[in-house]
Each structure stands twice: as C-alpha cells, then as structure tokens.
Design a protein around this ligand. Sequence first.
Ligand SMILES: *[C@@H]1O[C@H](CO)[C@@H](O)[C@H](O)[C@H]1NC(C)=O
Ligand SMILES: *[C@@H]1O[C@H](CO)[C@@H](O)[C@H](O)[C@H]1NC(C)=O
Ligand SMILES: [Zn+2]
Length: 387
Amino acid sequence: MKLNGFSIVIFTVLVHNALTVPQITKRDSQLAETCNPTVCKPPNCRCASTTLDDKIPIQQIPQLVTLTFDDAVTALNYEYVEEAINGRVNPDGCPAAATFFVSHEYTDYSKVHNLWADGHEIALHSITHNHLSSHWKNVTVDDLIAEFGGQREMMAHFAKINYDDIKGMRLPLFELSGNTSFEAMVKVGLEYDSSWPTQHFISPGLWPYSLDYQSIQDCPIGKCPTASVPGAWVTPLLNWVDSEGYKCAMVDACGYLPGEDVESLVEWMIKNFEHNYNTNRAPFGVYIHAAWFLKGENYFEAYKKFLDYMDSLPDVYFVSSHRALQYTRNPRAGKPFDKCEPLRTPSCVPKLCQLVKQTTREERWMTSCSPCPAVYPWLGNPLGENK
Ligand SMILES: *[C@@H]1O[C@H](CO)[C@@H](O)[C@H](O)[C@H]1NC(C)=O
Ligand SMILES: *[C@@H]1O[C@H](CO)[C@@H](O)[C@H](O)[C@H]1NC(C)=O
Ligand SMILES: [Zn+2]
C-alpha cells in the first residue's frame, strides 16, 4: 500500500514536470502590471484612483461615511455604539450602520450578535491580536488563514451570524506583510482588507480598489503587495490630520488635539470630514477604538455632535465598509443603493461559559450564542473542541 502510494506520487511529479513546467511557474503569484482603467472596470476590477467615475458629477456623489470600531466587543463599548449610532436614519431611509473589526479575546459574542441583527457589519481583526509588529511582519499565508479563516468560523458559530455576511478583515497594528495577507484573504473567501493607510491620498482621497493591477498607494507601515491578487479589494484608510499637521491612521492615534472642549474637537473633526466632502467625496472613515471614549471627558460628546453635524447634511450616509465598497463597485449619482440592508430579529440566548485558555492555562469567561465549547477557542482550534 505504502509503496504504491509512493510510486504514484513519483509518477505524477514526473509527468507533471515533463508536461507542464510553465504552468507550475504560473501558479506562483504574478507581478502586478500597471492598471489600465479601460481594461480594469467595475464591478469586478477597479484601478487605484481618486476618481470615482468621470460621468458622475462630484456634487451628485453621496458622501459615504464609515464608522469603524476595532478590538473586542464588550458590554461597555456596545453601549456607546447603541447610544451614538442606533436610531440614526440615512437620507434614503435606511438605518445608519457601522463596522466592527472584532478581535476574539474578551469579546462578548451575544453583543456581536445584537450588533449584526441591528444591521452593523461584523468583520475580522484576528484571533490572537498578537501585539508584536514583528510577529505580523513575519507571518505566512497559512498563519493568516489560521487567524482569519479560523476567526470567521468562530464568529459565525459563537455569535450566531451568517458566515457569508463576514466579508472584511483588518490586521492588528495595520502591519502589512507584502502579498501575504491579501493572498490569505482571498483563500479564506473574504472580499476586502481595511489595513492599508494612506498619507498621500487623503484630499482628494483614494477610493477603494482591487489588487488585480498595481496600486498607486503609498506605504507608510509594513511591506506593500506587488503581486496581482484578483478578487482582493482594498478599502484604504485615509489618514486624518491632527491639529499640528501630523497624519494619523486612526482618530484615536492623533497626537495633537485642538483642545479638550467639545466645540474645538467637533470643529477639528469637521475639518477632517471636509477633506473628502469638499473634494472628491471618497468614503470618509472615522476609525476608532471605543476605549477612546474613556480617555477624554468630552470625546464621546464630541463624537456624537460630529455625527449630528454630518447627519444634518442631505447627502451623507453612514454605511458599513462593505456597503461603501459595494457602492464603489456600482457607482451612481444620488441615492447610493436600491434597497436597505436587512435587519434581523435577534435570536441569541446568551450562555456564560467559564473556560481555560489552553496556551497559558488562564481562565477566560466567554458569552456565547452557541453551547459552551470544551476549551477556550483559539488559533488552531477555533470552535474550542476537546482535542
Ligand atoms: C509579492 O509577489 C510578487 C510576484 O510574485 C513578488 O515578486 C514579490 O517578491 C512578492 N513580495 C513579497 C514581499 O514577498
Ligand atoms: C522573523 O523572521 C526572521 C527571518 O526569517 C527571523 O530572524 C525572526 O526571528 C523572525 N521573528 C519572529 C518574531 O518570528
Ligand atoms: Zn486592534
């Protein structure tokens, strides 16, 4: 038996080598070529560009705003989001939505379920959330498949949400490792990555684009991809500018704020919004960790006032990152979508699980919408099975 198997392998390798040498090299990723917008056209391809569509006058492009939150979803940050966002309605009558790039540890999966049922987007931010940038610089495609493919399963199972509704990912620390994360993303069946900041293309801003061809985007953190990765979309993180003129990839990473009072903060936020609103209307991202609201007495108040301001404009829409991508792939003037995203009736019966993390023997509590797993779910064992 063993010998037979062995000779079959040898035989296949020989035939394969003899007949298909060029194909073997072809299976490696190809270097991306310059993007030609007459060849690479939406909805399945888009060159990296600050122009949405020559035929749509800028004043008729809806200003999409993506509110995103990183890291664990907990009872505490869930409340902030409920208060700031739920109940807002976009000009097309659809409910406002945000995006959560969720990391696994300390996440309350019943809250994730509720966010999803309320129409927010649930996206991936890794299982381990390893805090060393050297770790993410070095990862292989398989490492990332374990992190993000595993987390996709984990999320669908414990938060009881549709597997297919999970479409996006964000690397911890925005630490790109060349082609690796984009290749992993496509293998896991995700549509977009939201880890690539830009400092150059903020006003006018870079629209989301696909990686079929060469990007034009600057590369402030990590190594950028040079391969062609069809099926991988980039939703670039347009940097904000702090009050001293320094660029920041996330709002809560801005070092110099104009003051601590609500009015100065809101005025500064509006200035950043106008980088997009007054130029090409590329989607405007407000990227934060909800923990930021605890750092300054007035930060949450300012955030809400800022949303009120944008909400008062007739052509501003709070949408998930995936919706913003969907619009970019199917651009039109005026109302951005045919219909609203579906809301769901929440159907999670939360179970509080007392578990042990196998790697460190630490105790972890986890709230789940599915029966409690045998061990704390982790890399390599995303469903927490007894192995
Ligand atoms: C990405 O892929 C291209 C094309 O295969 C290759 O030339 C390049 O070295 C890769 N980049 C990294 C950082 O591995
Ligand atoms: C990353 O890879 C380099 C070269 O392969 C190696 O020297 C280094 O120890 C690795 N670092 C980590 C954190 O794995
Ligand atoms: Zn994070």
